[in-house]
Design a protein around this ligand. Structure first.
Ligand SMILES: [Zn+2]
Length: 565
């Protein structure tokens, strides 16, 4: 299409994406969290930026900021208007830019053939917030200043078309014209592209300085932490408490009992304990006591001598011998059969084991870390667990918190898992959408870290490569949970529909030729009738208090009497 007058499709589909969720202090544009912030505040930030890092860097930062918003909105275009004409789909960008309050956009020319990689766009901008803020602060300009806006146009179009489309502001209201005009085409088609592309690049003195700063921070924190622990992600107070207990135990040989719900990651903490201890170069052997058949527990743990029982054809070392010099992790210790418990107690007391069918004792140097999600004290009372073993194990108990008590860790954990599973499945992602992340943070997680892991892996499998992991990729149960939560703020939509209904209603009323009084009395009578004569009920229907309704009814009755008289 060329040089034709372009008209925007109605923006009801876009308005519907905006939700105000005042109860929990959030605003959403589809799955992305938005902010309604004062233009003056953003203008202030813009000014600070100009004054502190200078014109060029400020321009670059703002351009890139706009670029990011643009690319995010482009993802919506295909989703919302993917089935409509390509022009209507493209107009999601300018229409959202207006809806977001940045600027008024009028298409002048749009010539687009995505499969051929062709794009030419010219738009007219009015009411640019950015030009307004700039002129207010710095007076009239000789160069265009709508940097964030131009970044948006470039970001949106590049993401939409699938190649770098550079927009240039050819006239700007800040320079005294009545409006701004922007022109966009593929970057290769601009002879002076080199002058503009640096504003889109992340590489700069500022970012190098920031990188150096980050490096210093990392060095400092690694000096503080001294150890790097694999697979443990967290910084919440609950996590830190647990981690500190683990770190303290690591410097001793104390037997540790990890308690906590299923799936909280007890084995990870056990491994961290091992990695932080002086035994870190020795073996770490994990045994799940619940997974072993009762008659095999002892031979598995303590080993067996040839001929000890039918089928014992060769001598074999048990897990304890294999863990010599290191750590043994006994998960689900509450499920260990009583005879094995007696032998375990002996290892703990004497540091000695005896293989099955052997009369020789062997010394082993093993730190025992046991774990349970069961109430061992209760098991002691019912005789399923030896009390002497319980006291021996319970010297240094560490409670691993359930995930819901360390919700602050969820974003970092989710991102780490996303990376891990992404590598595993050969995929890369832009990230997890704000909406999905919010649901992750609020979900009660009965299955704890393991459940989070399962959900993220599902998301990795379902989400498109290079795209965003969205709420519906993660789990149907998380999605319905989020919907249930959102139901509380059902009124949060930007209700365009209501105003359409309203104007239809007004049309009908005005066409009826009834007086306002007549309409009021009709409405009151109708409500009283619907409420079966119950005035309190009728008042509720009308959004009035009962006395207010009585007053109005009486007033209308009086005027009716007056007319009839
Ligand atoms: Zn401008």
């Amino acid at each position: 299409m060329k040089n034709t007058k372009h008209r925007y499709p109605h923006n009801a589909d876009l308005r519907k994406l905006i939700r105000f969720s005042a109860e929990d202090g959030t605003i959403w544009l589809a799955e992305h969290r938005m902010l309604l912030l004062h233009a003056a505040a953003l203008g202030g930030l813009r000014k600070e930026l100009l004054n502190s890092v200078g014109h060029e860097q400020a321009r670059r930062i703002l351009t890139r900021m706009g670029y990011v918003s643009g690319t995010r909105d482009a993802e919506l275009a295909k989703k919302i208007r993917g089935h409509q004409s390509i022009t209507d789909a493209f107009f999601v960008g300018p229409q959202l830019h207006m809806l977001e309050g940045s600027v008024c956009v009028t298409p002048v020319r749009l010539d687009m053939d995505i499969s051929a990689g062709k794009f030419f766009g010219e738009f007219r901008w009015e009411n640019s917030w950015e030009a307004e803020a700039h002129v207010k602060e710095f007076g009239p300009q000789s160069e265009p200043v709508c940097w964030m806006l131009i970044g948006y146009a470039s970001g949106y179009t590049s993401a939409f078309v699938g190649r770098f489309v550079l927009f240039k502001e050819v006239e700007c209201v800040a320079c005294g014209t009545s409006h701004c005009t922007i022109v966009g085409k593929p970057v290769e088609e601009w002879p002076d592209a080199d002058r503009y592309t640096p504003y889109y690049e992340s590489d700069s003195i500022v970012s190098k300085l920031l990188e150096l700063r980050t490096e210093v921070d990392v060095l400092r924190s690694s000096l503080e932490q001294q150890y790097q622990v694999k697979n443990l992600v967290g910084d919440s107070p609950a996590f830190r408490r647990t981690y500190n207990l683990v770190a303290k135990a690591a410097s001793t040989n104390v037997t540790v009992l990890l308690t906590g719900e299923t799936g909280v990651g007890k084995e990870r903490f056990a491994r961290a304990l091992h990695d932080l201890s002086s035994r870190r170069d020795g073996p770490f052997v994990a045994v799940n006591c619940a997974a072993l058949p009762d008659d095999l527990v002892e031979s598995e743990l303590f080993g067996v001598e040839k001929g000890a029982f039918t089928g014992a054809h060769a001598s074999r070392a048990g897990k304890f011998e294999r863990a010599d010099g290191g750590t043994i992790f006994l998960d689900e210790i509450g499920d260990m059969p009583l005879p094995a418990q007696a032998k375990l107690l002996r290892v703990l007391q004497e540091g000695e084991i005896e293989r099955l069918g052997d009369d020789r004792t062997r010394r082993v140097n093993v730190r025992v870390v046991a774990a349970t999600n069961a109430d061992l004290e209760a098991a002691v009372k019912t005789g399923r667990f030896r009390s002497d073993l319980y006291y021996r194990l319970n010297v240094y108990p560490i409670a691993v918190p359930p995930l819901r008590e360390r919700a602050a860790d969820i974003p970092a954990m989710a991102v780490a898992m996303l990376e891990r599973f992404g590598t595993l499945h050969g995929k890369r992602f832009a990230g997890i959408t704000d909406k999905a992340m919010q649901a992750l943070k609020r979900f009660p997680w009965p299955g704890n870290v393991r459940e989070l892991e399962n959900m993220i892996e599902r998301g990795v499998i379902l989400a498109a490569n290079e795209g965003w992991v969205e709420l519906d990729h993660l789990s149907p149960c998380l999605e319905s949970f989020a919907r249930l939560e959102a139901g509380i703020s059902e009124l949060g939509g930007l209700e365009e529909k209501r105003s359409v209904d309203q104007s239809r209603l007004c049309d009908a009323i005005l066409a009826s030729g009834c007086s306002l009084e007549k309409i009021e009395s009709m409405l009151l009578d109708e409500a009283v009738q619907r409420a079966g004569g119950n005035l309190a009920g009728a008042a509720r229907l009308l959004g009035l208090s009962r006395p207010q309704l009585s007053y109005r009814l009486k007033r209308n009755q009086n005027s009716r009497d007056h007319l009839e008289a």
